[in-house]
Design a protein around this ligand. Sequence first.
Ligand SMILES: *[C@@H]1O[C@H](CO)[C@@H](O)[C@H](O)[C@H]1NC(C)=O
Ligand SMILES: *[C@@H]1O[C@H](CO)[C@@H](O)[C@H](O)[C@H]1NC(C)=O
Ligand SMILES: *[C@@H]1O[C@H](CO)[C@@H](O)[C@H](O)[C@H]1NC(C)=O
Ligand SMILES: *[C@@H]1O[C@H](CO)[C@@H](O)[C@H](O)[C@H]1NC(C)=O
Ligand SMILES: *[C@@H]1O[C@H](CO)[C@@H](O)[C@H](O)[C@H]1NC(C)=O
Ligand SMILES: *[C@@H]1O[C@H](CO)[C@@H](O)[C@H](O)[C@H]1NC(C)=O
Length: 450
Amino acid sequence: MGRYRRKPTFHLSFYDLLVYLFFLVIIQFSAADAYDPMDPKGNITVKWDIVEWHDDTYTAEVTIFNFQLYRHVEMPGWRFGWAWKGKEVIWKMWGAEATEQGNCSMFSGGNIPHCCERKPVIIDLLSGTAYKDQYYNCCKGGVLSSITQDPSKFASSFKLVVGNAHITNNALIPPENFTLGVPGYTCGPAYVVPPSRYSDDGGRRWQQALATWSLTCSYSQFMASRSPRCCVSMSSFYNSTIVPCPLCSCSCQGLDSAAKCVKPDQLPTNLQMPNSDGTPNPVVMCTRHMCPIHVHWHVKVSYKKYWRVKVTVTNLNYAKNFSEWNLVVQHPNLQSVEQVFSFNYKPLHQYGSINDSGMFWGIKFYNDMLLHAGKLGNAQTEILLRKDPGIFTFNQGWAFPRRISFNGDDCVMPPPDTYPMLPNGSPTCHLAPHFIYFASCLFFFFFLVL
Ligand SMILES: *[C@@H]1O[C@H](CO)[C@@H](O)[C@H](O)[C@H]1NC(C)=O
Ligand SMILES: *[C@@H]1O[C@H](CO)[C@@H](O)[C@H](O)[C@H]1NC(C)=O
Ligand SMILES: *[C@@H]1O[C@H](CO)[C@@H](O)[C@H](O)[C@H]1NC(C)=O
Ligand SMILES: *[C@@H]1O[C@H](CO)[C@@H](O)[C@H](O)[C@H]1NC(C)=O
Ligand SMILES: *[C@@H]1O[C@H](CO)[C@@H](O)[C@H](O)[C@H]1NC(C)=O
Ligand SMILES: *[C@@H]1O[C@H](CO)[C@@H](O)[C@H](O)[C@H]1NC(C)=O
């Protein structure tokens, strides 16, 4: 055993590399899978803490945690639902409400439950709700931030009183068939977990829930949308070729009725409203790639020790503003980010010492809102990166990202063999780290000139 422990660190990082390569391969095949190699543990967890219980009535505090590094729940927010196993009713609720009261006609007199539905659907309250109906973490319209972007807004809570509880062998039985009501998520069953603990008396005493149930919901891009929603184009200062988004990245113009698009001069007056025949209005600008989101990566300048990239995110959807959007980028040089202009940045490291991915998002009140298509529908950043000796190169398209996702959905990249190349036959003289390369460079240079 001791021998293993004394192995040089090289083996550890080699192992890391293997893991990393393995995940790179996984990325290629993970389209139909819920597994996200950039956020392998990411999930939404819902915890039910039973805090009071008398006969067939109990009080539960329910909290929805978004344990995802970069995927958030945006407007119109979560719609958390389940199926009761028995004849349960919800007597009262704080911090959220059931969308339907349902048939409560079996209750008469002054005391009518909040909801008698067999399959209640719960929504968050809006901000500005009366104080008596609020609960902590509530009233954000169902919007949840990711833990990276805003750790103060990644959870939502509500409290409910349940009557006619389903009890078997002296234990409360949780409901089943949970749904989050957000496209792409599937939820598992609730399990009994160790009860939640709350500190009391300034941390000197601990209280705990009578019982705690927990369930997790996970995301699959494939289930959220069959077609991609974002694509990447590239350009550089050293080659005039602009590599566009691949043709039909998200859909093809005129391929089927679902892929209609709008030309800027033919905008319908009200994009949100369906046409008179009930078909939805097309909302995406007509392009060769038909994606609602377009990311452009431009290798802008090379300095002696640094290089600079400009990244532009463009919204081509006329009917959608993205609030608190984010971009996740994978590039080996992200281990040496010197400065990021006009965006927030945080590295994401998932696999030990490998530090090649990071998350970018807008600055509050400046560009955290990506406006709908049009003149203002874009956001830009410039990134200054250090040229790591021995790793950095403009050769072989190294300066371009390996992977980009917008709001957690992978963007379609151009094929690597089309990336802008250094002009033929001119190795990068000023970059060559070794004298011998430099000499051959010079030789080449004279050869070309003569
Ligand atoms: C959900 O995320 C939490 C926090 O990252 C993690 O501890 C837990 O294991 C995850 N659950 C599942 C089922 O992946
Ligand atoms: C939950 O879903 C399963 C499968 O669809 C169904 O058989 C079951 O009756 C549902 N449970 C409740 C309580 O509705
Ligand atoms: C409402 O529930 C009662 C008894 O629970 C039932 O008799 C009645 O038919 C139901 N009404 C409707 C409209 O389903
Ligand atoms: C997007 O935001 C702008 C400015 O706040 C607003 O004028 C516009 O109506 C919004 N568009 C949509 C589709 O919500
Ligand atoms: C990862 O990179 C960031 C900057 O890109 C740097 O601040 C951080 O220290 C690096 N972490 C490790 C473990 O190398
Ligand atoms: C620019 O890059 C393209 C695409 O990789 C390549 O075909 C072309 O030869 C390059 N241009 C020059 C001047 O080398």
